[in-house]
Write a protein that binds this ligand. Sequence first.
Ligand code: FES
Length: 632
Amino acid sequence: MGNDLLRVRFLPSGATVSVARGTSLSDAAALAGISLDMPCGGQGNCGKCKVQVTGGATLWTNTERSLLNHEELQRGFHLACQMRVFAPLIVEVPTTSLLASTYKILADAHSGAFDVSDAPVRVRSVVLEMPSLSDDASDLERLERELGPLELDLGMMRALPALLREQDFRGTAVLADRRLLAFSPPGDAPACVAAAFDIGTTTLAASLIDLADGRELARAARLNPQTKFGDDVLARISYASTPDKRERLRHDIVDSINEMLQDLAEHADARIDSVYAIACAGNTTMQHLLLGIDPVSIGVSPFVPAVSAAVHLPASEIGIHSHAKSHCYVFPAIAGYVGGDTVAGLAATRFAEAETPSLFIDIGTNGELVANADGRLVATSCAAGPAFEGTRIAHGVRAAAGAIEAVHIEDDLVYKTIGGAQPIGICGSGLIDIVAELLRLGIVCQSGVLLGPNELPEGLPGAVVRRIHYFDDQLGFVIADADETQTGQVIALYQNDVRQVQLATAAVRSAIAILLDRIGVRAAELRRVLVAGAFGNYIRCSNAQRMGLLPGDVDPERIAFVGNTSLAGARLAATSLKARREAEELAKRTEHLDLSLDPAFQEIYVDALFFPELTSKPLSAWREDFSREQPV
Ligand code: FES
């Protein structure tokens, strides 16, 4: 080890690296193969990259002092993105600071087979007559007798004679329109498969489909590795400011696609070179980053993308490992913040043909909304922020094992964690439950103020009242006591957390209000509300309505949680040329509404910061809703 290198040992893994003086602790962790959860991309905003320095220097930056509480400072916690290495260190990494590998990701299974009659690549099994003196047709003529006129490139013309003879003139022809791409030996392994990808800001989901019969062979999901550069698209756009950083982001996503393809192929007993068709759907920024296109113009007004049309190009140009002649389809976008994932969702749910008026909502860090009034489609977007993904919430976590995902309060609070593990924090669906429950009980009032012990309404159970405390001068409501949690620290909801939820909810509520106003429809008139995305699938409708995240005056029977429609749309595009044409038509005909141009936007947004008034629905009805939707 040179004199200028300093050893950093990470526990509990024991990974040790030697780094140059002044290296950030987060870079040292990355070098040691430790993936920290860094939702703000190392900007010092989120406070999620906490590590405990048990040996070595303990000087804190001002940012660290503002984001770590008194107890954490006393115990030697630092923010890995802010601390620099100036001495040998021993660093304990809590599981709550790791990028969760068991993240709960929605990659819906598809029951039944896809229609592959219109697939971009088709397969035909053929058994040909052997050449003989009485049948001296050329190899190509022989094949065309079975398959009709064919086009072959020179490489295929050269390969065909040997392939036919090695396979006794039988096998599976892989065709793109009239072009013969391959002639595979007969066998059990799928000869031709399609892969579909949902490229989300936070998660990636994929599906592999056999193009011989339309069966889904395998599914996979994982976190988007780009999350270490920030949890929302603006952080990614800002990171992608130079060609080398843009290339790093592109590599991250392409490497993940290749790894997922490998996993899918292994699971399905297919070869990677049997992948002939690929379709990707993501928001506009993710699609730009996948293609290595500079997304900078999406980040500044007037927020225009460099490319909004569908892109269809050889997969090898993107760097995706598949058959040498495979192609990749990337969805068209509607606008800078209404991307290919929304178009895919509209196509998958056949939204344009649904009973109207109707509303399609995908709630993520960026919320996308599309309204349909008598066939007129209008789309908009809103910056919901990452609160519902567990970020910017003091004890917020992503939806991983141990995350509190459901909460109910009766005589006392009961919670349910993902996987039944000891709690590590609160994820989005748990957050909605808690705020909705505190609203119902009057512990949080309509303006979002968390009431102190002396301000509470009468008649609350004593066990519930005892959960309200001051922590470092901040009022909080205890969800789990220190002796119940994995970290040994109390998990609580603080006043500032309620504010974050208010901001996120207000963004979605005001977007819905303006969009419906633009198409001349009242919420109560909506015949159908489709809630797409992973997040939507885990929330309870009654609580989302109580908070105002979903319109309260829509009959809950008309609200449907439709899952990962981006992946569903990508599957359609991977297996059908007609679906691609329909997606392109949808993108073209959907009008885009920029909320910031609406003169009433500010006023509506400020109004929406107030939680809706509670309805006269009796407590017993809320309880029934809760137990019906997902009992704790
Ligand atoms: S504060 Fe370190 S990653 Fe956000």
